[in-house]
Ligand binder design. Structure first.
Ligand code: DOR
Ligand code: ZN
Ligand code: ZN
Length: 427
């Protein structure tokens, strides 16, 4: 089957409106022609009219939790990939903190097989750094890579031992894969549910200090320098981490970093009360940290945006701020949030945002996706930039609805997502 996409919108890499037609054949973008040149003469094609909407390469999210195997009451690969598609994402990289964790060839294969059978977008699995994410013994990196792992991470917990991290980096470097680090020193956290700041003081809660993140960032940058690994910092949330990563980049180290929409938009002072839909790890930090991560992404210290989509069931989140698990869902609000708060306000160009959700994640991880070009996979999102709508968690395709953004009025809603030439979500 052939599809032709005719659109009148903005394309990444160009300023202003560009009228173009995409001809899609065999799951790929076969041709891109300017509308002025007339339609290519091809019989039997169907046309999707994207008039006036943004047509972009499908978004890429390099940090997500799909919960399968083991936590299917929170999310499955089937529901998680549909939620991703609804958010405009066509490539997602899933974290290995499932049950069992993804620390063997057979568990990597399980995720890939499930994704091929039941998923609707591309799923790239990470493998664990340590067995069971316990921090005691490295996994077998070489066989995990062979099975399809695209990098190594113990996301959900920090690797506490510097020696363990150094060994992991040396091994990952020899295989040419990145270490993707959840930075958290447990000795500084001790069960605190929110950041050390105004909200914690007001409610008499223990606070998570910024140093618990930044100490790992600083330690790991030194270890990355010693081992030559590609070191990628997960969900940067503090001023101190931004400063350390900025310095590492100036030194020319292969250090990259990601930030989540919630850390760019919310501070601890926005938390309305003891509602665990505002609880995630790293926590919402102070307004000063929010400014620092915004400056970090704007000056290139932070490379990409990820959601850290972390679904949890309503009963789990109902346990309250202290006891509920950390995490919020992210796929179905990420683009509208950033578009509304940073592009519509005139602070960022549309191109700046799209790059950080398509080309740059592809480049950071060496993936052949994220660009609208002839010969590329037909992974495409069509986004309505003009209609304002409320975030309605009850309509999420994710199994879980744990978001602090319910009721927010946003622009930038994806209306159609195509993966490999197939429409996987349409309004
Ligand atoms: O908020 C979070 N949720 N942070 C993590 O580190 C883990 C994640 C999860 O798995 O729920
Ligand atoms: Zn994490
Ligand atoms: Zn995570």
């Amino acid at each position: 089957m052939q599809w032709e996409l005719g659109f009148d919108g903005l394309t990444v890499g160009r300023e202003g409106h560009v009228h173009q037609h995409l001809l899609i054949e065999g799951g790929k973008i076969a041709r891109i022609v300017d509308a002025g040149q007339g339609l290519p003469q091809t019989a039997g094609h169907e046309t999707i009219d994207a008039g006036g909407k943004l047509v972009t390469a499908g978004l890429i999210d390099m940090h997500v939790h799909l919960r399968e195997p083991g936590f299917e009451h929170k999310e499955t690969i089937a529901t998680g990939t549909r939620s991703a598609a609804k958010g405009g994402f066509t490539t997602i990289a899933c974290m290995p903190n499932t049950r069992p964790v993804i620390d063997t060839v057979s568990t990597v294969k399980y995720v890939l097989d499930k994704a091929a059978g039941e998923g609707v977008v591309r799923v790239l699995p990470y493998g664990c750094i340590t067995k069971n994410e316990l921090g005691r013994e490295l996994t077998d990196f070489a066989t995990l890579k062979e099975a399809g792992a695209i990098g190594f991470t113990d996301d959900g917990v920090g690797v506490q031992s510097a020696q363990m991290m150094k060994d992991a980096m040396a091994l990952a470097a020899s295989l040419g894969l990145p270490i993707v680090a959840h930075c958290e020193d447990n000795t500084l956290v001790e069960g605190a549910p929110v950041t050390d700041g105004a909200f914690a003081r007001k409610h008499g809660l223990k606070g998570i200090p910024n140093e618990s993140e930044a100490i790992h960032v600083g330690r790991d940058i030194l270890l990355a320098e010693a081992t030559g690994v590609h070191y990628h910092v997960c969900h940067v949330s503090t001023e101190q981490s931004v400063r350390l990563i900025r310095q590492a980049k100036r030194l020319g180290l292969q250090v990259t970093a990601e930030v989540c929409p919630h850390h760019l938009i919310l501070s601890d002072e926005d938390i309305p009360g003891l509602d665990a839909n505002w609880k995630m790890n790293p926590p919402l930090r102070t307004p000063r940290d929010v400014q620092a991560v915004i400056e970090g992404i704007e000056d290139g210290t932070i490379d990409i945006v990820v959601t850290d989509h972390a679904p949890h069931a309503a009963e789990e989140k109902a346990k309250g701020m202290q006891l509920a698990p950390f995490g919020i869902v992210g796929f179905e609000t990420a683009f509208p949030l950033l578009y509304t708060k940073f592009v519509r306000t005139g602070r960022w160009s549309l191109r700046f945002l799209i790059e950080r959700m398509t080309e740059k994640p592809a480049d950071v991880f060496g993936l052949p996706y994220g660009r609208l070009e002839e010969g590329a996979a037909a992974d495409i999102a069509i986004i309505d930039l003009e209609t304002e709508r409320a975030v309605q968690p009850e309509t999420f395709l994710s199994k879980s609805k744990n978001t602090p953004f319910g009721g927010w009025m946003l622009y930038g809603w994806p209306v159609l997502t195509m993966f490999g030439g197939k429409v996987v979500w349409a309004e």
